[in-house]
Design a protein around this ligand. Structure first.
Ligand code: MRU
Length: 348
């Protein structure tokens, strides 16, 4: 199964190498980086050339193909032993999004079952992971849009669109489908400090699709909810614990608190590859801390008083009790909890 082409392709396998749309450069510059080694893929994930939980997993899967090609050429007898170090290094490139480890486990199973040259079979698996993600997003788009109810505006945070996935998007998949069905009139997008995924990426995707988008500073979101007119907050996720707690981009938790206070419904959209049933609650989800420079500078220029320090967690955890609905490709859980998560994942 080949991954279908979408309007925006963040991750592309072309002529025996991985090409990543460099998301650090958007929206001004559209440039693909061509990667031919697993070390380059690890660096690209760490430096956020590619970002967004499902896209990270897909890129890592193609990274395993590159690793296998090199290791098998070096040593066709002991390549399995050598590639273990590559997989371990890939797994630590970014710690919060569990899709990375989930994709590596799938690739590992193929490695274990392969006799002879591994590259072709691993490429088939990576392409299946990619194509399945797009199909999951389309399905979630339908399921989520069906819940929206009366026409109105929605608010989203970070970028959970085509750029963050194999294509179409999770939260933006629901928004795309909801807009197509006439249920969404406008999208409010948090700019998403400090990396500006909302301003640079989500707004870019929506403008290209002709979906009306209004940007706001993250700190303006609560005031927007109080003003009224927002029916739903719709976000993606990086890891969902067995009790339904959700790790997503820093600022999501505050939005969920404000949403509950103002009676706005809160929807999380994520494929089952984002659910980590080995983690009992959000308290155990590893939260990536990123460099202080992301906060202390903007576009390379200092913006903070010299000498100030910075606290820069990249994600936060929203308790399941604040989530009104979780949409996965295997179905929907209203007010997710441990029991509902177990039933959802049993069907997955
Ligand atoms: O740091 P990022 O840009 O990788 O964070 C991305 C997010 O938090 C997204 O909301 C999440 O990965 C869902 S993407 C479908």
């Amino acid at each position: 199964m080949h991954p279908p082409r979408d309007r925006v392709c963040a991750v592309v396998w072309r002529q025996d190498a991985l090409e990543l749309l460099d998301q650090r450069k958007l929206p001004d510059t559209i440039i693909y980086r061509r990667l031919a080694t697993v070390a380059e893929v690890i660096e690209a994930i760490r430096d956020m050339v590619v970002r967004g939980a499902p896209a990270i997993g897909i890129a890592a899967a193609y990274g395993v193909v590159l690793a296998a090609r090199a290791r098998y050429a070096e040593n066709p007898t002991h390549w399995r032993k050598q590639i273990a170090a590559d997989l371990a290094a890939l797994a630590t490139a970014r710690p919060t999004a569990v899709n990375l480890v989930w994709a590596l486990r799938r690739m590992e199973r193929v490695i274990a079952a392969t006799d002879g040259g591994p590259v072709e079979r691993l490429l088939v698996e990576a392409q299946a992971i990619h194509a399945e993600d797009v199909a999951a997003n389309r399905r979630m788009g339908e399921l989520g849009a069906a819940l929206l109810g009366e026409r109105g505006a929605v608010l989203t945070h970070c970028n959970a669109g085509a750029l963050a996935t194999g294509g179409y998007g999770t939260a933006l998949g629901v928004i795309r489908r909801g807009y197509e069905r006439g249920l969404i009139e406008r999208v409010y997008a948090d700019e998403t400090r400090p990396w500006l995924q909302g301003a640079r990426l989500t707004a870019w995707e929506l403008v290209q699709d002709g979906i009306p988008v209004t940007l706001l500073a993250d700190g303006a979101a609560a005031a927007l909810l109080r003003r009224g007119g927002i029916g739903w907050i719709i976000v993606g996720a990086d890891r969902i614990a067995a009790n339904g707690d959700v790790a997503n981009k820093i600022g999501t938790y505050g939005l969920a608190v404000a949403a509950r206070h103002h009676g706005v419904r809160f929807m999380v959209v994520a494929p089952v590859s984002t659910v980590d049933m080995n983690i009992a609650s959000g308290a155990d989800i590893p939260i990536e801390q990123r460099a202080a420079e992301e906060l202390l500078t903007l576009g390379g220029q200092p913006v903070a008083a010299a000498g100030a320090e910075a606290w820069n967690p990249s994600f936060d955890v929203t308790p399941a009790a604040l989530v009104d609905v979780l949409v996965t490709e295997h179905g929907v859980a209203l007010a997710p909890d441990e029991g509902k998560m177990a039933r959802l994942m049993a069907g997955a």
